[in-house]
Design a protein around this ligand. Structure first.
Ligand SMILES: [Fe+2]
Ligand SMILES: [Fe+2]
Length: 313
């Protein structure tokens, strides 16, 4: 039993604490409910300064693959079908850490296979919410490392940020095709909480292992999108018109269908697969300056591409 003075102090403390706890709880539950319900109503804000407005207006997500980014013509179904993405490409695990990464990813695949089965749209949404994490975590940790070491990063940050943005664009595209229910939104919240923290800690310990895990995750993404295509081809999923956001992002022809979008997204996943396996190899070799290597390679090959020969820091 507390003495009277202490009890009074405790009650006073609780009274002053209670409104704070109440406000915090409302904020927490408010933000949780906004995640479950989707975006809130808009509130007016102060006018946006010119420099910020111009910078925001001129910032657009740019595709990663040259077929989409550098092509002045609209991309046709034929062009999409002929893209060489190394379908079925697989990094054979030989070292212990590679085998660990491979087994872990195969184990993780059981969850979506069991839960989503043939719900390809929802599986794609879930996949993209996870796939957009490694690039951001890797870029953040490379950024912090560059600050600590007070040296250039060697090329990882910009690529990994671009990968994260590319994955987020995949998500934005699929969100035009379905709206996840509250339960699936809660699932995304939980999966992100677990995966972000696990990948963050893992990247601190072994970037090589984490890039290998990301490489195998991308191999699985290519397989999942191939199953999505099969379902469309068999008529199990209707081949609807592609959402406008996908036409604009990939520069697709105006009559493009969801099938075309799946082919384009799968091509991106193949690029992420190759990039992450390459990065894992680069970390194994301890030569972690990609820019120097690109310059050297371009000079050796006598490349006419000035961007490759310069490869500025
Ligand atoms: Fe993706
Ligand atoms: Fe990916």
């Amino acid at each position: 039993m507390l003495p009277a003075v202490s009890r009074n102090a405790a009650f006073t403390g609780m009274r002053t604490l209670s409104p704070h706890i109440a406000r915090t709880s409302v904020r927490c539950f408010g933000s949780l409910s906004s995640v479950l319900r989707g975006p809130n109503e808009m509130r007016p804000i102060a006018s946006i300064p010119d420099d910020i407005a111009r910078e925001l207006a001129n910032s657009h997500p740019v595709p990663m693959r040259h077929e989409f980014a550098d092509n002045p013509q609209k991309i046709t179904t034929d062009v999409l079908e002929k893209m060489d993405i190394g379908l079925g490409s697989h990094h054979v695990p030989t070292s212990f850490s590679d085998k660990l990464a491979f087994r872990l990813v195969k184990l993780l695949r059981i969850l979506p296979d069991t839960y989503f089965r043939d719900d390809h749209y929802m599986r794609s949404v879930m996949l993209e919410t996870i796939a957009a994490v490694p690039g951001m975590v890797g870029a953040m940790q490379r950024h912090l490392r560059s600050l600590r070491k007070m040296t250039h990063d060697g090329g990882f940050i910009s690529h990994l940020l671009h990968e994260a943005e590319n994955e987020r664009m995949h998500l934005m595209i699929w969100m035009k095709c379905l709206q996840p229910n509250a339960w699936n939104r809660l699932l995304v919240l939980g999966a992100q909480g677990v995966f972000f923290n696990a990948y963050f800690l893992g990247y601190m310990i072994s970037p090589r292992l984490c890039h290998r895990i990301a490489g195998y995750l991308e191999e699985e993404a290519v397989i999942s999108y191939t199953h999505f295509l099969d379902a469309i081809d068999k008529g199990i999923i209707e081949n609807k018109k592609a959402p406008q956001i996908a036409l604009e992002y990939y520069n697709l022809h105006p009559e493009a269908s969801v099938r075309d979008v799946v082919v384009a997204v799968r091509a991106d996943e193949a690029l992420h697969r190759d990039a992450n396996h390459l990065f894992s190899d680069v970390f194994s070799s301890k030569q972690v300056n990609l820019r120097d290597q690109i310059k050297e390679q371009a000079e050796k090959q006598g490349s006419a591409d000035e961007a490759l020969r310069e490869c500025a820091k």
